[in-house]
Design a protein around this ligand. Structure first.
Ligand SMILES: [Zn+2]
Ligand SMILES: [Zn+2]
Ligand SMILES: [Zn+2]
Length: 447
């Protein structure tokens, strides 16, 4: 079978787009083309490797046209159900491989929002439409310009196959920007394969991804696609910390007196941390801590203090597998059971001090990040520690909080007026109210 493959295609053009052009020039329906090339429909719909029809085309770097190179399969749009496109790119016959990724919503070349293709155009693009009904005369084959009234898609004039038309300026742009994006996504996919929770989290949902782009840029040392289109709001510097990985075996048989010793060390470390970071915030600490105590009534609203809040949360984290609990107790008095049971760590005083300080600073930085989004949210705690997740030691990051933020309770009127703290009546976690608008508390921050 003589399959005509256009010699010139765009860098990072999607396999769907190339397939469409081959159909048009070969004058074959999609299923015929797949049969001729020995590619199953399943392989074509969600290609994990370069499909036969593309492999045999001798296009250089054929993997760069396959979206599964850049995101896990769960994050790839099923092209039979949904295809998104950039109107300006499609106008010159280019559909980007990155637009096959579910969360990819802006064309980085043109900085415009992607548009959802209508079902009729989807059928045409993937080759479900009988070839005779494509909008051009049989003899001319490629030549046409057609506008869809449903989705405003301007189908390109592909030209005659002997002089296949490409936009040279767009090729250069698509290559330059595509290389940067490909580098980013490939680095993340390598992270996913090597078991990085942060890289996997990046692909999990929009909110987490947005929170992770800046730390991951720092970790990978490359700019993210969101930065290319100016979608980054946070300017907090980020530091990554690689925790020491202790030999856990020695903690298998903890004796009672070991517990007692660890408790005392933790207690001393917390006192030292209070001394260092919370001097001048003791009133704030008492106020915020009272919100966590047993029998604390919801509906009490107190002024915001980031230093005290981060400390109370850190203490609750050390104590509780999950918080809020039904029998919530004072953050300052509730012990260290979760830390001792869940997060084996070196038990020297210096090591413990380092790791709880990192935990405290991590909370402080996260709270600033979430507050600066300007939304109301509730805070809950789980049993994972920043440096110890799912039973494994992991690198973790700290967003540096600003001086202004740490001293908002005494100096910054903006924060004092805009942010308040209470206990949510719905989830009973601590809630940061933005602009006193309690109705808008829907976001849950899990630390
Ligand atoms: Zn575009
Ligand atoms: Zn359409
Ligand atoms: Zn304070």
């Amino acid at each position: 079978m003589n399959i005509y493959v256009p010699k010139q295609i765009y860098p990072y053009e999607s396999y769907i787009s190339i397939f469409y052009k081959i159909m048009r020039y070969s004058y074959l329906r999609g299923d015929e083309l797949l049969k001729d090339s020995g590619t199953t429909y399943g392989q074509h719909r969600m290609p994990f490797v370069v499909p036969n029809w593309l492999a045999s085309s001798a296009i250089g770097e054929s993997e760069s046209h396959i979206p599964t190179q850049f995101a896990p399969p769960t994050q790839i749009l099923n092209p039979t159900a949904s295809i998104r496109f950039c109107p300006l790119c499609m106008d010159v016959g280019f559909h980007s491989v990155f637009s096959c990724i579910k969360f990819y919503r802006y064309c980085s070349v043109h900085d415009v929002e992607l548009v959802e293709m209508c079902p009729e155009c989807v059928d045409r693009f993937i080759g479900n439409t009988p070839i005779g009904s494509y909008f051009y005369e049989q003899e001319i084959r490629g030549v046409t310009q057609h506008f869809c009234k449903n989705c405003n898609l301007s189908w390109p004039d592909l030209g005659h196959r002997s002089k296949f038309k490409v936009d040279c300026a767009l090729i250069a742009r698509a290559l330059e920007i595509g290389n940067l994006e490909a580098k980013w996504f490939r680095a993340l996919m390598r992270g996913v394969c090597s078991g990085s929770y942060h890289c996997a989290d990046y692909y999990s949902n929009d909110v987490t991804r947005e929170a992770l782009v800046v730390p991951l840029e720092r970790l990978l040392g490359i700019p993210c696609p969101d930065r290319l289109v100016g979608q980054i709001f946070s300017h907090q510097p980020v530091h990554w910390i690689i925790p020491d990985s202790p030999n856990n075996e020695q903690y298998d048989y903890l004796e009672l007196h070991d517990y007692q010793q660890i408790r005392m060390t933790l207690y001393a470390c917390c006192e030292a941390l209070e001394e260092k970071y919370l001097r001048g915030h003791q009133d704030c600490l008492a106020r915020i801590n009272s919100l966590t105590e047993y029998g604390a009534t919801t509906g009490v609203i107190c002024s915001f203090c980031s230093c005290a809040l981060a400390y109370v949360l850190m203490r609750l984290k050390l104590a509780c597998i999950k918080w809020p609990t039904i029998t919530s107790v004072s953050g300052r008095k509730s012990g260290f059971d979760c830390f001792i049971q869940r997060a084996p760590c070196p038990y020297s005083s210096a090591d413990i001090s380092k790791i709880i300080t990192a935990c405290y600073l991590n909370f402080l930085g996260e709270i600033q990040y979430w507050i600066e989004k300007g939304i109301s949210f509730t805070i809950e705690l789980n049993a994972e520690f920043p440096w110890y997740r799912a039973g494994k030691h992991q690198s973790f990051f700290i967003r540096r909080s600003s001086y202004r933020f740490r001293n908002a309770c005494t100096q910054d009127l903006d924060y004092q007026q805009l942010f308040k703290l209470t206990r949510s009546s719905r989830t009973s976690g601590l809630s940061i109210l933005y602009d006193d608008n309690e109705i808008s508390v829907r976001h849950v921050l899990t630390l």
